[in-house]
Design a protein around this ligand. Structure first.
Ligand code: DGL
Length: 268
């Protein structure tokens, strides 16, 4: 039972940024990942569309007999978690916003000015503010949607002058006018530009919630006695479009380990 895979999904390659933390913390767990690279980005789409996509992907992951689904996407976590939990009450479904909110509540107090960055859908629904308030009240929270970051990252445009311009375009005014001292990467794609953000805003405390997400996974698996033990299952990474960047990222992240990358078309 515990040796069934964990299903992960994201609108594209963003969710891959959580996998190294899983590989390190829970090395016996196996993964079926789906990146909806053909339909990314999700964050600027209507909530009804995102929900439709999320249900299709969860259905697909279920065909792999997953023991848990991780919505490794803030946009899906912000808009679809209740729906997915209602539709699949028999398996645990873990989002990424709740673990991130826990981290913020743990390390911040009312002296901090906290900035949340994410997609339009994540930011406009106020999911982060609500989740943080459930853990700690009275924090100063500001948020900013950065819709161009995901398309740039999916294209592999990283570490050059275009990335710098895009980051400055969204973050200069946001960070300086709100005196932000702590920045939460509220999109699983953003760890790929974390170095660049750190370079541009030295001294800024950056929260990448990936580690906390894996701890949340571990807690639930332990509680349900579902941790894997020495499983032989091969990790599989599906994408609805096998972009070069997806292949490169998967190779970089899983360097040296056994895995398979495959194409899977999902249709409306
Ligand atoms: N990685 C997704 C997230 O965390 C990106 C969503 C998008 O495709 O816009 O929100």
């Amino acid at each position: 039972m515990g040796n069934r895979p964990i299903g992960f999904f994201d609108s594209g390659l963003g969710g891959l940024t959580t996998i190294p933390y899983l590989a390190e913390q829970l090395p016996e767990e196996k993964i079926v990942y789906f990146g909806d690279t053909a339909r990314t980005p999700y964050g600027s789409k209507a909530v009804s569309t995102i929900r439709q996509f999320a249900m299709e992907i969860a259905d697909f992951l279920r065909t792999h007999d997953v023991k848990m689904i991780v919505t490794a996407c803030n946009t899906v976590s912000a808009t679809c978690l209740d729906l997915l939990r209602e539709k699949y009450p028999d398996i645990p479904i873990i989002g990424v916003i709740e673990p991130a909110a826990r981290t913020v509540a743990r390390i911040c107090d009312d002296s901090n000015n906290i900035g949340i960055i994410g997609t339009k859908a994540t930011i406009s629904g106020g999911a982060y503010e609500d989740a943080i308030a459930r853990h700690k009240e009275g924090l100063s929270i500001y948020s900013e949607a950065c819709p161009i970051f995901v398309p740039l990252i999916e294209e592999g445009i990283l570490g050059n002058e275009i990335t710098t311009l895009a980051i400055k375009y969204y973050l200069d005014r946001f960070i300086y006018s709100n005196h932000i001292d702590t920045l939460v990467l509220g999109c699983t794609h953003y760890p790929m530009i974390q170095d660049e953000i750190e370079r541009l805003y030295p001294g800024l405390q950056i929260i990448n919630p990936s580690m906390e997400v894996i701890s949340a996974i571990e807690t639930v698996l332990r509680e349900k006695d579902m941790l894997a033990k020495g499983s032989e299952f091969e990790n599989t990474f599906y994408a609805s479009d096998l972009s070069e960047n997806f292949l490169n990222m998967t190779n970089t992240i899983l360097e040296g380990s056994r895995f398979k990358v495959a194409f899977k078309n999902l249709e409306l």
